[in-house]
Design a protein around this ligand. Sequence first.
Ligand SMILES: *Cc1c(COP(=O)(O)O)cnc(C)c1O
Length: 397
Amino acid sequence: MRDPTGFLQKEYKELVEKALDWRLKEVQGPSEPVSMVDGREVLILCANNYLGLATHPKLKKAAINAVEKYGVGSGAVRAISGTMDLHMELERRLAKFKDAEASLTYPTGFMANSGLIPQLVGKEDIIVSDELNHGSIIDGVRLSRAERAVYRHNDTAHLAEVLDEAEKHSPNYRRILVITDGVFSMDGDMAPLDEVARIGAEHGAMIYVDDAHGEGVLGKGGRGIVSHFGLTHKEVHVEMGTFSKAYGTIGGHISGSDALSKFAWNKSRTWLLSSSHPPAVAAATIAAIDVLETEPQHVKNLWMNTNYFKKAVQDLGFNTGNSQTPIIPIIVGESHKAKALADRLYEEGVFVVPIVFPMVARDLARIRVQMHAKLTTEQLDSVIGKMETIGKDLDVI
Ligand SMILES: *Cc1c(COP(=O)(O)O)cnc(C)c1O
């Protein structure tokens, strides 16, 4: 007889044996640089809440007021009765912030990618994708059933070759979509988006950037990578992002032409068939845009801390790879070394995660540090001191 569910326990045990299972740490307070985790106070250096907006008083107040006025749930999907004035206001504010004709929000960033990409391209089309793109792009690409070509990470000469080949091989593609992360989440390096857009344009390709880790970080006042390169939505047709990182709340979004927004909401199943944000989320996210527009100190502090910390660990001899942003990998080589470094740091009160194969190549295991605008110089110095001691103990430096 077939055992219908025996694989559940078996496959989980295999993960545990290979130390590839995820063990959850319980955060028992707000996402702040210093918080309680599993009963101990630690410094958290592995949160996406780069600017501290998840606990900003203006966002909290906006959420509380929205609960009082609207309650806690939106009651429906956007297309039925789940579009509140707050959702519309958020999209207008975001479009203005992004200097776009229109913006559209999705429940999450994952759902923006997995819902929109399969509508932009299909069987008669090709997607050309950076090899290190995020998993939500990969799922979107799979759902599209478009042909798929991968170019070497950030290698625009290879991108040009792949596009030439594709068109030579099959000149009749209906559409070409070139897609890249803006900031790569494991390395903290940036896509050369200006070049990607220029090369894509030579082939009449649609250009799509996922700027999840660039927003609130890069560009004028944290407007993101499109602003950083001085590009517009005429060159980068889909600027996608998420409110779950620097904005401090949750929600995917796209910005671009009015036609893009209308197409996207009428076609994306993740938009049509999944409920809209609770009003508190929409209200807090509007407040996040307010804060980005009126309090430039957060982005400034984030970069000051990033530059200070990165230089200090580089001076100690740590390998930070190609990091150009507040994502700072500390590359140590083998996975057991990365795990040992993370474990020792945790014992000393510093919470970072080891990143190992298959998330990165086997010999490029690392811990990933994510900087925070509200960390003080004293806190950074204490982390740097601990890294020096432990790095020497473990023969990393
Ligand atoms: C986090 C992330 C997403 C997913 O965003 P969510 O809103 O958390 O679902 C998509 N793309 C990239 C590059 C990300 O880093």
